[in-house]
Ligand binder design. Sequence first.
Ligand code: PHE
Ligand code: NA
Length: 530
Amino acid sequence: MEVKKRENWGSTLGFVLAIAGSAIGLGNVWKFPYITGQNGGGAFVLVYLFCIFLLGMPIMLCEMAIGRKTRQNPYGAFRMLEVRRSRLSKVLGWLLIGMGLVMLCSGKWGFALLTFAASALVLKLGFAAVGLFSLFAAMLILSYYSVIGGWIVEYVYKAFSGQLNVPDVESAEKLFSDFIGNPMQVTRWHLLFLGLAALMIWCGIRNGIERWSKILMPTLFFLLVALLLRGVTLSGASKGVAFFLTPDFSKLTAAGALEALGHAFYTLSLGMAITITYGSYLGRDKNIFTSALWVVLLDTGAALLAGLAIFPAVFAMGFDPSDGPSLIFKVLPATFYNFPGGFGWLWAGLFFLMLTIAALTSAASLFECGVTFLIDQLGLKRSVAVILCYVGIGGFGVLTSVSCATWEHLPGVHGVLEYVFGEVKSKNWFVLLDYVTSNWMLPLSGLFTAIFVGWVWTTRKAGRELRISAGSLVDENLITYLSGFRGEPLYRSSRNHGLTVMTLWGLLVRFVAPVVILALFLQSIGVNLG
Ligand code: PHE
Ligand code: NA
């Protein structure tokens, strides 16, 4: 059989823009501004930046290193790196069995069943189970992400066709609920949006994703800046800037800090197979560290720009920004309509266009994970893989579009879930999917990735992949020992061989990340840590 050479990104810029395309999404434009508003503005931003640089970026480096080293989809990648079944994976497997037993005893047999299934997978496959798990998470996320993407495209259409002229929040609200109350319509836009994402990856990495990202990402930033300039020049805008950026430490709670941590993961697209997949197409001559740094800076920049575009406008038009999740579809249309000069529809159109781009490049990255997996593991042709994923995810996403139509439970599905898990409460399918993926699956896969790189593959070998520069690390002390870099030739020219970037990275990955993520996870599933 002829072995096909794996495609590479054409340039570092292309790679950075593609990953930034994945990272910059609804999380930046929609979620970040409102959680900042709810958690004390500037104070929250500080905590968030801390989390991004001390946890997000180190894990991103891990994922890129795993991908590039193995040049495989996440499942194949973990399998390849775990040369012999590690003892750690056995420990994890048995730990899961123990957890399953505890759940069984407390009567949660649905969760117990899931946990037993997971333990069987881990005992059978080792850490490759983590790869599968993150892929599964990615596909679940795509199935509802694409539905929201569909709403956004519909709003572009509404804006330019003049249907979005709503003077106040109440009428915007009515418009929104009329729209999502129509499942046929929502499904149509969902399938259209997923189709656009499929189109982006149809021609592969270099001619597909990379080419599109190079056009779309600059457009996105251009639109963001245009919106920002319009927003801050409205009279009364300064109140919005103050709301967004003035630190109010009294509003910052422990829960808020944890939210910042969770969001750091979400916003950088970590734990969902994406960075491993994209990294697997990165050439050996490219520098992972600088790429990751750029991605982090672009993502953070986009989040700050979005906040500065949205809040000044909302305040200047006299609306209430504390509305949370519904801000975008309810408050913003009314805000734009009231812009002086009468071109509100245009600004609304540009805003939703910007949002479409942000969501589309993120959806494409999720889509690519499934496609790369099918190509690697089953040897399918790209076109076949894309079509298969489209049909599967598109079909599954219909559940979400229907459940949003009623904001109620899906009759059959919910009954089954309730019966099995016993505590699904009033969450509809869409809310449930979002909750389970962001609060359970992403932290878990991030946790296992950190443990894997830190203790199984080892930071020493992963560090070689990061290759900041070649040379030798002369001085050895407790810190270099703990970080896994003892005796490792890494630096040529560093004069101070104490706590360098790489040893810091090693410590963060081996100790800090696992502990902090575990704490976040326990907290989010409701274990009170005092
Ligand atoms: N990082 C994305 C964001 O900030 C989140 C995301 C990306 C979610 C890709 C799913 C898929 O919006
Ligand atoms: Na993001």
